[in-house]
Design a protein around this ligand. Structure first.
Ligand SMILES: Cc1cc2nc3c(=O)[nH]c(=O)nc-3n(C[C@H](O)[C@H](O)[C@H](O)COP(=O)(O)OP(=O)(O)OC[C@H]3O[C@@H](n4cnc5c(N)ncnc54)[C@H](O)[C@@H]3O)c2cc1C
Length: 320
């Protein structure tokens, strides 16, 4: 059966959820093999988790290079493993780092890259990726016509499903090529206690309609009741009400959660570009004519300062 390599993203010794989604998708197009790089002592636990989600094999490579340099050591490892295994495809999470790794691997393999896939299926002559294009106005299906495709998949494309497999560990010694940008210092990100915006299953976003920085409190309270990440429109970010790292849209982050709640956001095309592939979209806006209502699954015409606290109270009541 065709071997599909999945680069397993991990942090602090824990597998990140998008990697489990990739393993779930990989099973549709062949037999998944996980690639675990630079995990140190956590590699065994990560390999076990990958096996739980369908990895028949787990390639493990370690070395200080993975932490000391930016993407090139991972590119070296993934390319070497893909060639040795004669992989039929390579799947990587659609993050900034993931896309850079994927592009370099595709170049070295002499194949092609498909980015930001939202679905994958088996097709004649290789996997077919569904991509959402032109600010998510159209869906296209694409496949690479030459070599083993390298495909980046957006987080939340599928719900991860366990399917225990052998997870036979194979230790790999990587021949590093050098020429990598060295990491000279690290500054830990201030933890908000909320999930990472691009990976969150639920995102609650606020826009200019929140009125001022303190108006985000009702947005955050709803997000916390749902275990969600907080997003913001560019208007809210430009006003200095919320950090740029939380901006959703064309010039912000692309999110594709199971549930996206937009509060006080009009629905400009540049905002839609970052959230339109969300599975279920809910908007709260006091203007019934706001463009956001054209794309929602559920819309509430009302003042967000009245609607959000009621929603938060209801969520809390139902959770008990
Ligand atoms: C090159 C370029 C790139 C851009 N990139 C991005 C991007 O990445 N992300 C992004 O978001 N935008 C981006 N924009 C900006 C975009 O065009 C819009 O200006 C922006 O999205 C508007 O933000 P907003 O919906 O919060 O504000 P507005 O358009 O002002 O909408 C505010 C909404 O809040 C509603 N409202 C007001 N008070 C309340 C209340 N109390 N209760 C309920 N509803 C209320 C109003 O009815 C209105 O619909 C970009 C623009 C350009 C030109």
């Amino acid at each position: 059966m065709a071997e599909i390599l999945v680069l397993v993203d991990h942090a602090d010794g824990v597998v990140r959820k998008p990697a489990l989604e990739l393993l779930t998708l990989a099973r549709r197009i062949g037999e998944p093999s996980a690639v675990v790089l630079g995990a140190g002592a956590a590699a065994a636990d990560i390999a076990a988790k990958a096996a739980e989600f369908g990895a028949a094999k787990v390639y493990v490579a370690d070395g200080a290079e993975f932490a000391d340099y930016l993407v090139v050591p991972k590119v070296d490892a993934l390319t070497q493993i893909a060639k040795a295994a004669d992989a039929a495809a390579v799947l990587v999470t659609s993050s900034g780092e993931g896309k850079e790794i994927a592009a370099r691997v595709a170049l070295r393999l002499g194949s092609g890259i498909l980015t930001d896939a939202v679905d994958l299926e088996a097709g004649d002559g290789g996997p077919v990726a569904t991509q959402s294009v032109f600010a998510a106005s159209f869906q296209v299906k694409s496949k690479v016509s030459h070599g083993a495709p390298v495909i980046t998949v957006k987080p939340n494309a599928v719900a991860p499903e366990a399917a225990p497999a052998a997870g036979a560990v194979e230790n790999v010694t990587v021949a590093f090529t050098g020429n990598a940008a060295k990491v000279t210092s690290r500054t830990p990100r201030v933890a908000s206690g909320r999930p990472e915006l691009t990976e969150a299953a639920i995102v609650v976003s606020g826009g200019r309609g929140v009125g001022e920085a303190s108006g985000f409190r009702v947005v955050e309270e709803l997000a916390d009741s749902l275990g969600a990440a907080v997003g913001a429109s560019r208007a809210a970010v430009d006003a200095g009400w919320y950090p740029h790292s939380n901006q959703v849209g064309q010039t912000g982050k692309q999110v594709s959660p199971q549930l996206y709640v937009a509060a006080g956001i009009s629905g400009a095309i540049q905002h839609r570009a970052g959230m339109q592939t969300s599975k279920t979209i809910v908007a709260i806006n006091k203007d019934a004519e706001a463009p956001i209502f054209e794309l929602v699954d559920y819309g509430v015409v009302g003042d967000l300062f009245q609607v959000l606290p009621q929603l938060t109270a209801e969520v809390k009541a139902r959770k008990g």
